[in-house]
Design a protein around this ligand. Structure first.
Ligand SMILES: *Cc1c(COP(=O)(O)O)cnc(C)c1O
Ligand code: SF4
Length: 342
């Protein structure tokens, strides 16, 4: 998932729909200045070495920032979004497209990397910019599924019987207005070999108000099986608003999974990971993947060594029921699936 700043297109003023729903107003009120958020949390910004402003600007919703602990410079949620000067370091082995996405582009906005599943890059926009995001450097120019591109993507899926599962990704696909999501699934509905819809979104966590009535109605009305994969990295990301959003999704019959990136200084202890998996489950999401960091430029300070990652999942296995232990995986360019790490 990830990308550019919010594009005007994502705030549906250009579509004749009034910008009046609660989540779109909240989006416009997001924090865009790291020093302002640091002041708000009771910090002296001069104590943090911040990165130069770059192509992947600071952005975080108030809903997410509200779960940060005031006065804690090591807060695990703050750390995920704060652009530190470490980002400006060049590290060997870290590059712009660590997972080989550019090579698996089937047509505009479609990545077909794995058998049976096609991933739609519906938008480059997100309501929050996670500093470790593997798509922070992805070139979204000419991507995003508007008009002709949407028709082209549906044509590709219709002409490719291998594709039984369509994954909505981005950026964050829930940045699209509900009527755009409906336009996409209406077009897909006629494709006989399409059986499952998967939605990869961090918005139930980053902006729970996004899960509004019209969204839930759309989800309930789909005539294919639906899997929603959310993304949370720390137990503190869950609160009653997030649990409420997940309950509303579950009531539609969708399955909810959670994926996590293993991040130094955020969740790299057995205790933090165990609490995350339990809290996610209590909120309605089963653990799915625990990803080793994708080695995207500017993210080296988040990396956890493989041996430690393997030891941490071993420790999880000893303290959690099997269904709460996520699968430790890594992504390698050219591989036919996410690779298990032992
Ligand atoms: C991760 C990913 C998928 C989904 O893989 P699963 O193992 O089924 O979760 C599909 N397509 C692309 C391009 C991906 O990066
Ligand atoms: S929400 Fe997902 S896609 Fe967006 S920046 Fe964060 S990790 Fe990347």
């Amino acid at each position: 998932m990830a990308g550019n700043a919010i594009q005007p297109d994502m705030i549906p003023a250009d579509t004749g729909v009034k910008v009046d729903s609660r989540w779109q107003v909240q989006l416009q009120r997001a924090w865009r200045d790291p020093t302002a958020l640091l002041h708000h949390l009771g910090h002296d910004p001069r104590r943090f070495g911040l990165a130069r402003a770059g192509a992947f600007p600071f952005l975080v919703t108030r809903a997410f920032a509200d779960r940060m602990r005031p006065g804690d410079p090591d807060d695990p949620l703050l750390r995920q979004v704060l652009p530190l000067a470490d980002e400006d370091l060049e590290t060997p082995g870290f590059g712009p497209d660590p997972v080989g996405d550019a090579a698996s582009r089937a047509t505009q906005g479609v990545l077909h990397k794995y058998r049976g599943r096609a991933l739609l890059v519906t938008t480059g926009a997100c309501p929050i910019h996670c500093r470790y995001c593997f798509r922070r450097e992805f070139d979204y120019t000419g991507d995003g599924l508007n008009g002709a591109a949407l028709a082209g993507a549906v044509d590709y899926i219709a002409a490719t019987p291998d594709v039984e599962e369509v994954i909505l990704s981005g950026g964050d696909p829930l940045m699209l207005a509900n009527h755009k999501l409906a336009r996409l699934t209406d077009a897909l509905a006629a494709v006989p070999h399409y059986r499952r819809l998967r939605i990869h979104s961090r918005m139930p966590v980053t902006l729970p108000a996004r899960i509004d009535n019209a969204f839930v109605d759309w989800l309930r009305g789909l005539d294919r099986q639906v899997v929603v994969v959310v993304h949370a990295n720390h137990a503190n990301e869950f609160d009653r608003h997030v649990s409420g959003a997940l309950s509303r999704i579950r009531e539609t019959g969708a399955t909810i999974l959670n994926q996590t990136v293993l991040l130094a200084g955020v969740n790299d202890s057995a205790g933090a990971l165990a609490r995350l998996m339990e809290t996610a489950f209590e909120s309605g999401a089963l653990p799915y993947y625990l990803h080793l960091l994708d080695r995207v430029s500017g993210s080296a300070h988040f990396e956890v060594e493989r041996d430690r990652a393997v030891a941490l999942t071993g420790a999880l296995r000893e303290r959690l029921p099997g269904y709460l232990v996520p699968r430790l995986v890594e992504e390698r360019a050219g591989a036919p699936c996410k690779l298990p790490v032992f």
